[in-house]
Design a protein around this ligand. Structure first.
Ligand code: ADP
Ligand code: ASP
Ligand code: MG
Length: 437
């Protein structure tokens, strides 16, 4: 039986956290594979090493000195080395990063050095085997992870009796060039390795004791969920609950491996189990989660009887395709339809796009609304409970929150409402208090 344990940035923020990790992994033989993030924030004023590396790159790009930033990175690691009495040539590694920056080498490689360093130090401290992600985590040239190839490369290391530490967040292309994942990607590395070794559980160690019903930054001391399904968590993380990278769910789901969210600072807490199916127990909380995401825009197109005009919608969708803008949500009515898009997909071209829609679709009116937030209420129990949508709408309506768009997931486990950004926290609080308290 093998457990894969991923430790996030705050779990490796300083020497004290390294000691906690040692206690956790040494308390069970099964905790054989350890994935580490880059050193994260030890407190509010601290910085994540990954952010600092991005900052070095940005300074270099604009011809500004990055030496001070590199020094902060060095100090952060040096403190860990000194306090834990690890023997490690940090000067050489920092010089290596300096060299990469000066020679404008592959920027992914520079960004990956955070995970590389934290994992090297952790392996030394745990007396474990360090396996570089560049040698085992394989991408195809199209940027997709290649599970078969990763398996082939990684499995031989399992024969070693020691525990294994692998840096998260990066791997390499077929030509050996280092490639990083999207932010928070160490979760994906852990999930991929759990799949490959058929782990009994994928433990994701972080700074909270599980998945909360709502973001703790919005709701003070929110309730925790004991069990949540993969599908529910995917909805939640897609809609803003960034406790786990949404792409980390698929590799473990494929093999039905549960994910256990655990707290490095409170290791006796059972945390949250993320599983493939769970009963709709009427005693459970009515909702599993309420999350939200800001920065969306809505384009509404009005034309009399557009619902019965063949090809009307597909013409509009084609225009979005041509601009390379994916659609997040779509609602249609008899004389109009609205499309929700993520602001970061737009390159100052929203009005150009709206104009093209107006002309090509011969629409009467095309309007753009650019302050939309999406609030997503998730819960497998919504399928069996009546009146859930009605309750959400009246909670918001009675409190003067105007709902601009509504959508329900096909499997009835989520309801999404679009509201003005200024109502974001208020809406989450109302729904949380209305359903949980
Ligand atoms: P790590 O560095 O360990 O990967 P992250 O910062 O990526 O940790 O994720 C953990 C954080 O996710 C928590 O500190 C918490 O603030 C945030 N978070 C947002 N929404 C939720 C939620 N619904 N449940 C739990 N944590 C959440
Ligand atoms: N260090 C990377 C980041 O900050 C990856 C991770 O922590 O998962 O995004
Ligand atoms: Mg994370």
């Amino acid at each position: 039986m093998i457990k894969v344990c991923k430790f996030g940035g705050s779990s490796v923020a300083n020497a004290k956290q390294f000691q906690k990790i040692k206690n956790i992994v040494n308390s069970e033989d099964a905790r054989k594979i350890i994935v580490a993030s880059a050193l994260g924030k030890a407190d509010k004023n601290d910085h994540k090493v990954t952010d600092l590396l991005y900052l070095c790159l940005a300074h270099k790009k604009y011809g500004m000195s990055y030496e001070d930033i590199l020094q902060v990175i060095k100090d952060k690691h040096q403190n860990v080395i000194n306090e834990l009495k690890i023997s490690f040539d940090l000067d050489k590694e920092i010089a290596g990063i300096h060299d990469l920056l000066e020679n404008k080498k592959n920027s992914d490689e520079i960004i990956s050095r955070g995970e590389y360093l934290s994992s090297k130090l952790l392996a030394l401290y745990l007396d474990a085997l360090f396996v570089d992600a560049k040698d085992v985590i394989c991408f195809d040239y199209d940027g997709n992870l290649n599970i078969e190839k990763t398996k082939e490369k990684f499995l031989p290391y399992l024969e070693n009796n020691k525990k294994i530490v692998v840096p998260g967040f990066y791997g390499s292309l077929p030509n050996g060039i280092i490639k990083t994942m999207t932010r928070g990607g160490s979760d994906i590395t852990g999930s991929l390795l759990a799949n490959i070794v058929d782990a009994s559980v994928y433990e994701n160690w972080t700074d909270v004791s599980g998945v909360y019903v709502a973001d703790p930054k919005v709701i003070k001391d929110p309730k925790q969920v004991a069990i949540i399904t993969y599908a529910e968590l995917r909805e939640m993380s897609y809609m803003g609950a960034n406790v786990l990278h949404e792409e980390s769910i698929l590799p473990v789901k494929e093999k039905n491996i549960p994910i256990n969210i655990r707290n490095t600072n409170s290791p006796d807490d059972k945390g949250t189990m993320i599983v493939s199916t769970a009963e709709d127990d009427p005693n459970d909380l009515a909702i599993t989660g309420v999350t939200g995401k800001k920065d969306f825009e809505v384009i509404s197109v009005a034309k009399l009887n557009s619902a019965s005009e063949l090809g009307f919608l597909s013409k509009a969708l084609n225009i979005f395709d041509n601009y390379g803008i994916p659609i997040v949500l779509m609602t249609t009515g008899i004389d109009s339809f609205s499309l929700v898009i993520d602001k970061k997909e737009l390159k100052n071209n929203i009005y150009e796009l709206a104009n093209e829609i107006k002309i090509k679709l011969n629409a009467e009116d095309v309007s753009v609304y650019d302050n939309l937030s999406l609030i997503c209420v998730v819960g497998r129990g919504m399928r069996s409970r009546k009146g859930m949508a009605g309750k959400i709408f009246s909670l918001l309506g009675e409190n003067n929150i105007n709902i601009k768009t509504i959508a329900q997931g096909a499997d009835e486990i989520s309801i999404i409402v679009g509201i003005d950004e200024s109502d974001f926290n208020k809406a989450i609080t109302l729904i949380y208090e209305g359903f949980i308290k």
